[in-house]
Design a protein around this ligand. Structure first.
Ligand code: HEM
Length: 425
């Protein structure tokens, strides 16, 4: 692909719109979350909307809402998908664009069946193959190597915005030499996510984008099936997949490919940019990792704990329940503050400190339980390849002093807007 970077302006605009929708009016909510864990670990209302950010509870029909801040409460909800369901997501938000295969909004056996059909695409041997043939070459050769001679870059615009989209585009098996197709694909993906905004214009744009994406993808799925679906790409693998006697229709595969985009692009972009900020703020740690690459995985896990990009999960309770002495009626929505739970000192000693040497424990940056991120190993592989390639090719990597230091901000979606860096050429 020669012009991986040509469409960055358009994609950047859409990215900025999404950020504005989900950023809210408090840059650093962590002291507030800490206070809640200490004194008020369950509150009535959704703190996401109280902070002025769009969110999933506001997009669904009105119900009582409670926010939960403690690790064990969040864990109890996420690990019991019978008692705490996700179907309400079909009422609004992203899932309303996903009619027919809305994985995140599925419950029970329907969800289990769907995960079973997808699993062959996310097995370790497939990831190993894709990492070698698609992920590594795309990120290393098309994104990092072309930047090296420049000696400086803005990591969000020059790399992070496009490489996850480009990887998904490649995994789906879309033509690698179609720059316009890729640009269209990227921009529509972000507009679909923007549809969670309360702004009716954004909703309209998201519907149109979702339709565009559907039509483009369906054609590819149909053509691939007609050609025998023998390839190692994701669409071919999904066509061949079967689970408990069921297979996926062209419509379902198209819906899944479409939902993958908002799920896989924006999240990886922000997670990578966040990791880079956390490491660049700690030059000694960055050098330690440069010298010992076995630490890369730990750094990624700790970054996803400390600064998760997807900061809230929402579930509906199917029974009357009580958390921390607060009675919550059946049918209420629970807004689970993952960003808070991930720093709960009950589980993570000195939780507000970024420490890659802490003992490894489950955090919720990729969710937990039945809906846990199906692409988490792909995401981690992408971030690992990106960081390793930069460490290999960019000596003395540091913040560019010509620009202000980036801040990681946002309520519903967190990350830095821009990360200016320089290195020795
Ligand atoms: C660092 C990047 C990523 C982060 C932080 C992330 C985070 C998450 C989280 C928190 C969930 C749980 C949603 C819930 O509980 O309702 C989720 C689900 C999901 N993710 Fe990811 N994700 C990332 C990358 C990816 C990638 C690369 C893919 C695909 C290649 C992907 C595909 C999905 C899908 C399909 C689901 C829905 C699973 C289900 O509902 O059963 N994600 N992700």
């Amino acid at each position: 692909m020669t012009s991986a970077h040509t469409s960055n302006a358009a994609v950047g605009e859409d990215f900025a719109k999404v950020s504005a929708t989900f950023s809210g009016n408090v840059d650093d909510p962590f002291p507030i979350y800490r206070q809640h864990r200490l004194t008020n670990p369950v509150i009535e209302g959704d703190i996401v909307t109280q902070f002025g950010s769009a969110g999933f509870t506001a997009a669904s029909k009105p119900r009582p809402v409670y926010t939960l801040f403690k690790y064990h409460d969040v864990m109890a909800v996420l690990k019991d998908p019978k008692k705490y369901t996700s179907g309400f997501l079909m009422e609004g938000g992203m899932a309303s664009f996903m009619d027919g295969f809305a994985l995140t909004a599925m419950d029970g056996d329907v969800h289990r069946q769907a995960r079973g059909l997808l699993q062959p695409c996310f097995a370790p041997n497939v990831l190993k193959e894709w990492r070698a043939t698609r992920i590594d070459p795309v990120i290393c050769n098309d994104f990092v190597a072309p930047l090296v001679a420049r000696g400086s870059a803005e990591l969000v615009a020059d790399m992070a915005l496009m490489f996850p989209i480009r990887v998904i585009y490649d995994l789906l098996g879309f033509p690698a030499d179609d720059a316009d197709g890729l640009a269209r694909f990227a921009s529509t993906a972000l507009r679909v996510l923007g549809g969670v905004s309360p702004d009716p214009e954004a909703k309209k744009a998201a519907m149109l984008a979702a339709k565009e994406l559907y039509d483009d993808t369906l054609k590819v799925v149909q053509a691939r099936r007609a050609a025998g679906a023998t390839g190692d790409d994701m669409i071919s693998r999904l066509i061949r997949s079967s689970f408990e006697g069921n297979t996926l229709s062209d419509h379902q595969i198209t819906m899944f490919a479409r939902m993958l985009l908002p799920a896989a692009a924006e999240t990886t972009t922000r997670s990578f940019a966040t990791l880079m900020v956390l490491l660049l703020e700690r030059p000694e740690l960055l050098e330690r990792i440069r010298a010992d690459r076995s630490l890369v995985g730990k750094a990624i896990d700790e970054s996803i704990r400390y600064e998760p990009v997807a900061t809230f999960k929402v579930r509906e309770t199917e029974e009357d329940v009580t958390f921390q002495g607060v009675a919550i009626a059946k049918g209420s929505l629970l807004s689970l503050c993952v960003a808070s739970a991930n720093r709960d000192d009950d589980v993570f000693e000195d939780g507000d400190t970024f420490n890659i040497d802490r003992p490894s424990k489950m955090s919720f940056g990729f969710g937990f339980g039945a809906h846990m991120c199906v692409g988490l190993f792909i995401a981690k592989a992408e971030i690992e390849v990106a960081l390793n390639s930069m460490l290999d090719m960019m000596p003395n990597l540091e913040f560019d002093p010509a620009y202000p230091r980036p801040t990681i901000r946002g309520i519903q979606l967190r990350g830095p807007e821009a990360v200016h860096v320089r290195w020795k050429v």
